[in-house]
Design a protein around this ligand. Structure first.
Ligand SMILES: [Ca+2]
Ligand SMILES: [Ca+2]
Ligand SMILES: [Ca+2]
Length: 293
């Protein structure tokens, strides 16, 4: 009898735990702390929306924006996702088999990684890949319009495994429900350029090492320039991120998505050596002075 009660209590606890997932199925802008989202797309022929040869996939990466931002500046960070496994596998297999059966190769698949925060309309934050070392000019008013991408997140929320897994994936073609296809959101815009609100091509072919950026409004002015902060490690301590100091997102043809930040060398930098040697020089002078006295 006592044992039976324990078993029932255990069963109830299990049910309760299962009904409260660590994260909702997919977190977007209105939470103020959206999850990182991987988008892949293949536009066949001359049109991204016509010809029956276009497809996209949305993968919920399961890390919230603020948790990822907290990693910025740390050396040796490495994050890996395997799109061929678990709740991602169906979507990855659907996209890759679609591409190869519609005249493309896996190298024709493009990818980006984004995250949305539009809780405060006037002061949003967005994360995005962009392969260049200098993010193109972008006004505050255009960054605010990035929130249009939320319709795409919403349209996919119940599709594929996104509706059932904590971190799932879904695919869409132009004939699927409105706004679910990456190449035609809100009736016109491509997700590649955040609905044409930036001139940055945030999607690049598989294998490309893409830099990752934090975009914030600089003020309440519409025409002020957005603050663009790259992910990276300031190895030479000059106050900016350049060259091999950028952290990189790369999606590979084998279905592996990797994020890596630069590894900080254990060998002191040149300026540290200079300080050490200067210190030794001062010590030496003090010793000589004492010896002479
Ligand atoms: Ca097409
Ligand atoms: Ca999730
Ligand atoms: Ca630097």
């Amino acid at each position: 009898m006592k044992m039976n009660f324990k078993l029932k209590a255990l069963a109830l606890a299990t049910v309760m735990a299962a009904s409260v997932p660590a994260l909702a199925a997919i977190e977007g802008g209105p939470t103020g702390n959206g999850e990182l989202l991987l988008n892949v797309r293949y536009y066949g022929g001359t049109s991204a929306t016509a010809g029956g040869d276009d497809i996209s996939g949305l993968f919920d990466l399961g890390i919230r924006m603020n948790d990822f931002i907290a990693l910025n500046g740390q050396g040796g960070i490495s994050k890996n996702w395997n799109l061929t496994q678990g709740a991602y596998a169906d979507a990855w297999n659907t996209v890759t088999s679609f591409v190869t059966s519609h005249g493309g190769t896996l190298n024709d698949i493009y990818f980006n990684v984004i995250a949305l925060d539009s809780l405060n309309f006037n002061q949003p934050t967005y994360l995005t890949t962009f392969a260049g070392d200098v993010f193109p000019g972008l006004q505050n008013t255009n960054l605010r319009q990035f929130q249009g991408m939320q319709t795409y997140v919403d349209a996919n929320a119940g599709r594929g495994t996104i509706g059932t897994a904590a971190d799932g994936a879904a695919t869409a073609t132009p004939t699927d429900p409105t706004n679910s296809f990456f190449g035609a959101i809100n009736g016109f815009g491509q997700g590649d350029t955040w609905l044409q609100k930036t001139t940055a091509n945030t999607t690049q072919p598989l294998g490309t090492e893409q830099n990752f950026w934090i975009l914030n409004t600089s003020s309440l002015s519409n025409f002020g320039q957005v603050v663009k902060t790259p992910f990276g490690v300031d190895l030479n301590h000059d106050g900016s991120i350049a060259g091999n100091e950028f952290s990189k997102f790369t999606l590979n043809a084998d279905g592996s998505l990797n994020f890596a930040s630069p590894v900080v060398s254990a060998i002191p930098e040149a300026d540290t050596w200079a300080m050490l040697l200067a210190g030794l020089g001062v010590l030496g002078a003090m010793v000589r002075r004492r010896a002479g006295a």
